[in-house]
Each structure stands twice: as C-alpha cells, then as structure tokens.
Design a protein around this ligand. Sequence first.
Ligand SMILES: Nc1ncnc2c1ncn2[C@@H]1O[C@H](COP(=O)(O)OP(=O)(O)OP(=O)(O)O)[C@@H](O)[C@H]1O
Ligand SMILES: [Mg+2]
Length: 500
Amino acid sequence: MSQYILELKNINKSFGAVKVLKDVSFELLPAEVHALVGGNGAGKSTLMKIMTGVYTKDSGEIIINGENKEIHSTNDAKANGIAMIFQEMSLVPTLSIMENIFLGSEIKKGAFRDVAAMKVKTKEVLEKLGLELDPDTRVSDLSVGMTQMVEIAKAVSKDVKILVFDEPSAALSDSETARLFQIIRQLKENGVSMVYISHRMNEILEICDRVSILRDGQNVTTLNTSDVKMEDIIAYMLGDANAGHQFEWIPRTYDENGQDVLEVKNLKINEKLNDVSFSLKKGEILGLAGLMGSGRTEIMETLFGIRKPLGGQILIDGKEIVNHSPADAVKKGFGLVPENRRREGLILIHSVRENAILPVSAKLIKHKIFNDDKRINRIVSDNINDLGVKTNDMNDEISLLSGGNQQKIVIAKWLNSDPKILMFDEPTAGVDIGAKGEIIKIIRKYADNGGSVIFASSEIAEMMAVCDHIITIFDGRITGELKREDIRTEEELQNAIQRK
Ligand SMILES: Nc1ncnc2c1ncn2[C@@H]1O[C@H](COP(=O)(O)OP(=O)(O)OP(=O)(O)O)[C@@H](O)[C@H]1O
Ligand SMILES: [Mg+2]
C-alpha cells in the first residue's frame, strides 16, 4: 500500500504542437498542504486540471490510494473526492450563492427543487467558514474576495478528500487570507489533503508542509518547507541563483516643484472615505499604502469614473473635471490596471494582440495607422518580450494564456495607450517573481518618460521599490504622507500603514 493518497506519474500534456508538461510526477500525502510553485506558464494549473478532470493527460498515470484510476471529467474527479478552486472564477455571477453552490447537484423533493433544504445547507457551509452571507445574495453583488470565499464554500460543501487551491489569495484581503488559512488548517485536521498554488513565497512557508517546484513543464524538486529558505525556492523556480535583487529601490528624479498633473481635493466617495486629498506631479510615482479594504481600490475606481463621487473635486492640470465613465476617464488621460482582470481587464474571446492594443485603437485610428499591421505587430511583440509573456502566437485567444501571462497583457495594454496618469491596483497579483521585477522596471521607465503613476500593492517590498512618495491610508482616512527616501526599512512602512 502506497503511503500517498494520490500520485501523478510521468504526466505528459501538449496543446497543439506545444508540450506543456513533460514527464511530470507529483505525490500527495494524506492531510498535507502541498505547495506547487513555478513561473507563469510553468504548467501548474494544467497539471492540477488534469488531476481534477478538466483536461485529459496525453500519457502518464493517476494513482489514488494505490489504485490506477482514469479521470476523464470533473465528475470522475468528484467521485474520487477531488475538487479544485480555480484561478479564474467559475461561479455564475447572475445566480445566487445558494444556486451556485448547488449548481448541477440540486437537492430535490420529488420532482421539485428543495429550496428550503438547500438554503439550510448553504447557511451551514457558510457558517462553518465564518462567512456572514445571505444564501440569496447574487454573486455579482459580492466583492472579489467574497466571491472567492463562496468558491471555497462550494468546494467544501461536497465531501472532498483532495482540494486544490489555484492562487486563492490573489484577490483576498489580509483578513480574508487569514480566514482562508484557518479554513485550510481546519480542513487539514479533518484529514483533507490540499494543493496550494501561489506566487507569494511567505504564504507558502507559512501554510504548506512541502513544496514542489515546476519549471517549463518539468519537475525541479520537492522539499519540506521546514528545510528551505524563500531564496532557495525562488532560485529553483527561476533556474538561477541571482534572482531576488530586482526589488531594489533606485532613487529617481522628477520636477518636484512643477505643476500638479492631478489634484484630488476633499473627495467624498462613501461614508468611510469622505475626505481624500492628495496631488501628483508629472513623472511622479505615488504609492497608496494600506491594508486591503482600506480604500485604495475605491479611490482609483472613483478617479477612473467607475464610482461616482459624492463630493469634492478632481483637477487635471489645474482644471476641474468629472469622469462619468471609464471611457470618459480614458479620454481625459487616465488608465487603470484593475485588481480583477477577468471582470474588467480583458476581452477573453479576443486574441492576445487585440487585447494588447485595445485602448490604443482609437488613437491609432486618429493617426491613421490603425491598419499599420507591421507597426502594431512590433508594439505587441515588444510587449511580449519586455514582460516575458509566454504565448505561442500573438493571434491566439487570450483565454489560452496562463493566469499570470494574462495579467501581463493587461499591463501592456495600458502602457501602450500611454495615458497621462496610469493607476495600478495590485498589478503583480498572480505574476511570477521574475516578471514582478520587470513590471517594476517598466513602471519606472514609464514615469521617467513623463508619465504619472498611482501605485497600490499589498506587497510592501514592491511599494518600497517603485514609489517616490507614499500616502498611508487607514480605514478610509489618509493618515500620513512619506517621502520614499525617509523610509529606511519595510517595517517602518508596515508600521506607518497600521497606525490609525
Ligand atoms: N487550453 C489551452 N490551450 C492552449 N494552451 C494552453 C491551454 N491551457 C494552458 N495553455 C498553455 O500551457 C502553458 C502552461 O499554462 P498553465 O496555465 O498551466 O501555467 P501556470 O503554471 O498555471 O501559470 P500561472 O502562474 O501564470 O497561472 C502556458 O504556456 C499556457 O499558455
Ligand atoms: Mg495558473
């Protein structure tokens, strides 16, 4: 009898001519939390989708409790107690929480849906996870973080023995992540084995027992997290040891006495965020630092015309403006790389190329170079090179790209449109550690060329690496403004963020 609850042996998988997994093996122990890490496009999601029946392997074996099994569908996986929480949200936004949880497995009373029973069961599951949600709430009315929690609720509502989390924390607030970790520990105590995919190394060391590293569709190694340092994992991922230096701050200059490009005066967004004031100069990178949920996203969404302010003023080059919609904001020179790319950032049925030039199109038409295919191809292939986007062909549908590579295209798209003020809300969520450094360099270059940037990230190291100025926000209030050169350590910034 095998000590493993599940073994994947020599798994191979190609999409068209591209070999995505090459003889990959993976072993899962009972009641362990096993991290799966690797660069964007390394094959993590694909391997797990094979285990959960979303994709079928070309060759290799799946062994569950010592027995060879075929998994050809998610139902096969379900029958073996395997479930996955996807990187791409898989809930139906127009349905309620309850309807989503019971989609395809409704409780029936004779020929009818037993709504009362499903509601009770939904409430039970939500309560078990510490979620105070009404089962009748529509998923489209939930925050990104809560939507993710409902995905988890849906998975644990079935009797799972093996649960895969594909970057669950990318969209969660700090407190939601803490709750997720409690849930994981609780599941572990109940004997559930879990696979945890993440680009956040500190999480892996905190919550996982072992870590397996994939690079370019191949196994690198599997280690106990207690025996390994963060730098080692990164080195295994990238394949060379000189990583980790890309987050260094390089002091930059811009005209600190110049006119403000943007002024925000006493902006009132809601009851909590009711007096937001700051300004931004040409070439400046301004950080909005705060815990998730502190109001950073709301501020950017208001500037971008997604939310309607209840009071206060927004001025561009000294003139008051009102953005009635994102299209309006784009016309006035704003760009936003949003937190939730699937809802707002991309048109998934379009190609990589079309997505990358989306906001540029209007400008290209104006300059009569819209049909200049060569020039457009050059722009997009530069993007692909600069950001290390893993794609076979820029004309491929963007939904075929791995999660992190999709995010890079969202960033490329906004850089291409060359707005006056470019806002980044958690731009590196889901992006691998190598590309994070590249993104920071590109943002810096953009500002060096005269663009102004508003940047928010929950990764303190990134804020420290890229910002000239940092505004701290606590619970909707601006609590301080710091010059980057006056902040000596990450702890100092962390403390400033937590000060009321
Ligand atoms: N359905 C598909 N058709 C074609 N190519 C695909 C398909 N699904 C994945 N790929 C390709 O397979 C490779 C591995 O993708 P995968 O999603 O497994 O990466 P990943 O390790 O999960 O990356 P990330 O960290 O960015 O999520 C990528 O190059 C991706 O473009
Ligand atoms: Mg993935």
